[in-house]
Design a protein around this ligand. Sequence first.
Ligand code: ADP
Length: 259
Amino acid sequence: MSSTAPYYHSVGKEIEVFEHACRNKIALLLKGPTGSGKSRFIEYMAHKLDKKLLTISCHEETSSTDLIGRFIIKGAETVWLDGPLTTAVKEGYIIYLDEIAEARPDVIVAIHSLTDHRRELFIDKLGQTFKAHEDFMLVSSFNPGYQRGFKELKPSTRQRFVAMSFNYPDAKIEAEILMNESQIPEDIAKKLVAIGSKIRNLTELGLTETVSTRLLVDAAKLIHTGLPKRLSVRVAIVEPLTDDLQVTEALNDLCNLMI
Ligand code: ADP
């Protein structure tokens, strides 16, 4: 394998589960909040299993056409252009549909026949069905409904996947991740992790999203390149979380005491 492996710190049995799901050709669903390491995990596994990875960040406009493909006009001709899902099915890639619940319902319909024993993709515009390549694997993620504003995934869809929950790693692992990602010293990493866990426990603030590992990594990187610590925490951790001035002030005071 040529390129270096993406850095990923295992947090449980996820590597084993992925390998077995892949071997058994079962689709995989990663549940968990944003910034908890799901994408990094998939990048790591694709590298480990020596497979090519295509990632699609789904949003409310993402349609089956975006994934499957479309006819385009080229000169005087109309030619078919495969979308990323079709390419992955034909070539045996891993396709990662990030935040699948956000996509239009026709996306869920399109993946049905790929997520059961048929493992095939029907392209109605071509009137053709493609059997998935041996190495094809479908992975999706979604942000469970405990966070406001995110869509739910129907039980009938969920049951097409083997599912795993991701959450923020425990303090020791999270500090190691920060050190690896930013090269900051251990004492600062530990302080950032402590800030993270403190804010995560402040449920009474009613934050839509809480501090992710990603935000802590961002703060660590800013500190490492020389931005003052308190300013780094403010812009990387506090400001992205809320626009409420009072909450911002309270969080800033809290963080300033901790770093
Ligand atoms: P998600 O896909 O869940 O939104 P990401 O995989 O993009 O989250 O994670 C955000 C960042 O957090 C990564 O870029 C990485 O720096 C860091 N990170 C989180 N968890 C891990 C982990 N277990 N190992 C290594 N890095 C991690």
